[in-house]
Ligand binder design. Structure first.
Ligand SMILES: NC(=O)c1ccc[n+]([C@@H]2O[C@H](COP(=O)([O-])OP(=O)(O)OC[C@H]3O[C@@H](n4cnc5c(N)ncnc54)[C@H](O)[C@@H]3O)[C@@H](O)[C@H]2O)c1
Length: 329
């Protein structure tokens, strides 16, 4: 049997961000009710934090079975700072799908666009269940690929009243403000300092920062904070004093991203997590936050989202005769 090969251009012809948000919501529900299986991702450190090899990068292997699509697959994805110096996106990624009954490889496709879109969609869906809406004010750190997709995806669920954006590159923040002017209903303010962007109903961090730049005392009651970068972007005090902690995947969040350091220091453990986003979407745990709650929400990213989106892409690409076929065997 042949495998369909799909490029980013093919993918973008058959699916849009609004649909990605819907697919991500259904897949979170599957994670919450146990019909989607998503083992903890396996990381390969290529110098992201390790001293050897020296490539300032990482790759993650992210397999999943998605029940509502009856599909299995894996995303092999990572980030490399060197890529940015030669004009490439920070993220690199491929998705491989199989038929879960016999293991035939049905598709190999670009994963970069899907990663960027589903990462925005994860936040949008979490906010749909946690924020009271219908409009929202955002503080955003990181005006790169994810900064754009976070904003676009959130705009599919809420009217965005105002964004205050901070990036260590002012040029990146200004480009973001110009790119997003038709997506955001209200003003986009480029913040001069990190303090100025700690504001709104949700604070979203999508940077490669290894510094804990969001300070506990900046976060007001009624705010949901999303540290989504690969390292810790919020300080220990906020994590330890948040009223609720909601994550997408317990195993992954304990070993990567915002919680890793505190878990290793023995200051944070599994029992400190109140719910998964899946449990909230499936109605098993409370959703909307109160005006006095400060909530930490970490969608660290699951392969299930990528596999689910890729399976819809494959179905439509087949129907349209897109891509090319290849016989590996
Ligand atoms: N949680 C997930 O599912 C998920 C998925 C994909 C990527 N990510 C992570 O999101 C982060 C951003 O990825 P991207 O593809 O948007 O990268 P990008 O390089 O396109 O954009 C990142 C932006 O953050 C800015 N930045 C770096 N340090 C900063 C700081 N201290 N304060 C403010 N801005 C800062 C950079 O100047 C850049 O503009 C990475 O850490 C990546 O690993 C998370």
């Amino acid at each position: 049997m042949s495998t369909v090969l799909l490029s980013q251009k093919d993918i973008m012809k058959v699916i849009d961000l609004e649909e990605v948000v819907q697919i991500v919501e259904k897949t979170f529900e599957g994670l919450g009710n146990g019909t989607t299986i998503n083992p903890t991702k396996v990381g390969l450190d290529l110098g992201e934090t390790a001293s050897y090899p020296p490539y300032q990068g990482f790759m993650n292997a992210m397999p999943a079975y998605v029940g509502w699509r009856d599909v299995a697959g894996i995303k092999w994805a990572g980030g490399f700072l060197e890529r940015k110096k030669i004009g490439l996106p920070y993220i690199t990624s491929l998705i491989l799908l199989i038929d879960p009954k016999i293991g035939n490889f049905t598709a190999v496709m670009d994963g970069e666009w899907i990663t960027t879109m589903r990462t925005g969609a994860q936040t949008a869906v979490a906010l749909k269940y946690l924020h009271k809406g219908p409009s929202i004010r955002l503080g955003l750190y990181g005006a790169g690929a994810q900064g754009h997709s976070q904003t676009e995806a959130i705009s599919k669920v809420f009217d965005i009243e105002e964004v205050r954006v901070y990036d260590i590159s002012r040029a990146a923040a200004e480009k973001y403000a110009s790119d997003m002017k038709d997506v955001v209903k209200g003003p986009i303010v480029v913040a001069d300092t990190p303090r100025d962007a700690a504001w709104g109903d949700a604070i979203v961090c999508v940077t490669q920062s290894k510094e804990k730049f969001v300070k506990n005392e900046w976060v007001k009651p009624g705010t949901i904070v999303f540290p989504m970068g690969s390292y810790q972007e919020v300080d220990d005090e906020f994590i330890l004093s948040a009223d609720r902690v909601v994550v997408d995947h317990i195993g992954q969040c304990l070993h990567r991203g915002a919680l890793k350091e505190l878990v290793e220091a023995g200051k944070f453990e599994e029992k400190d997590i109140d719910a998964t986003i899946g449990e909230v979407v499936a109605g098993k745990k409370p959703g909307k936050i109160s005006d006095s709650d400060r909530v930490l929400c970490i969608p660290i990213g699951t392969g299930a989202m990528d596999v689910a989106v890729a399976s819809v892409v494959l179905e439509r690409a087949r129907a349209k005769g897109l891509g090319s076929s290849f016989n590996f065997v």
